[in-house]
Design a protein around this ligand. Structure first.
Ligand SMILES: [Zn+2]
Length: 215
């Protein structure tokens, strides 16, 4: 548990240090045996401490004098729906939020969209922060995917560990920026389903070195 606390605090610091969060707008969490460890409400990245993270059950109960992030229900619903999710990052990062404010999903303008598990990053409809409705929208938009945009709000993504979650959050923000840039200059061309199927096939062997020959 000590290591997990250190990982979650590190992740939140990194998310804030990289400009993905301003103040205490976002939150991060990690799955524990029967619940999760989540950033407390109102905490900033530069002041987060491992000992102040809130250990809580998925039903919203926690012990101690520190209240969890107001978005705990969205995190809990995602852990319940996605067994592969071990760490979750939620931000109001600039470009993902700008796109979500335009009411746009992130389409396959770049083949690397497939990194998030499909041919696009969906946009969840708007609902008030902290509500069960928002949690349900996020879970639906994440079906089969590891990231989604949240209309008029931001983004949320999950990964297998803290380092992968940070990479996913940075990647999503970068791709949202690239798509906005393309939109500002014209009409981006979107890859078709057949091209994206090829990408998924290509990923299966991407980055693998050829097996070393035995002498
Ligand atoms: Zn939020």
């Amino acid at each position: 548990m000590k290591q997990r606390r250190a990982d979650v605090a590190w992740l939140y610091r990194e998310v804030c240090a990289r400009g993905l969060n301003v103040g205490s707008s976002g939150n991060v969490s990690a799955r524990t045996g029967n619940g999760m460890l989540i950033t407390p409400t109102g905490v900033r990245g530069d002041t987060v401490e491992p000992g102040r993270l809130v250990r809580m059950a998925f039903d919203g109960t926690w012990k101690g004098d520190v209240a969890p992030s107001s978005e705990w229900a969205m995190h809990a619903a995602i852990y319940a729906a996605a067994p592969a999710a071990n760490v979750i990052v939620h931000t109001h990062s600039d470009c993902a939020t700008a796109l979500a404010a335009l009411g746009r999903a992130l389409p396959a303008f770049h083949y690397d969209i497939a990194q998030f598990g499909g041919d696009d990053v969906r946009l969840a409809p708007y609902a008030l922060f902290g509500t069960r409705e928002l949690a349900d929208h996020a879970v639906a938009a994440l079906a089969g995917r590891s990231a989604c945009l949240l209309a008029n709000h931001g983004m949320i993504c999950h990964a297998s560990d803290a380092a992968a979650a940070l990479l996913a959050a940075v990647r999503l923000e970068t791709m949202a920026r690239q798509y906005l840039l393309a939109l500002s200059a014209g009409e981006p061309r979107i890859l078709d389903a057949a091209s994206m199927a090829e990408v998924r096939e290509g990923y299966k062997t991407y980055g693998q070195q050829p097996a070393r020959r035995k002498p």
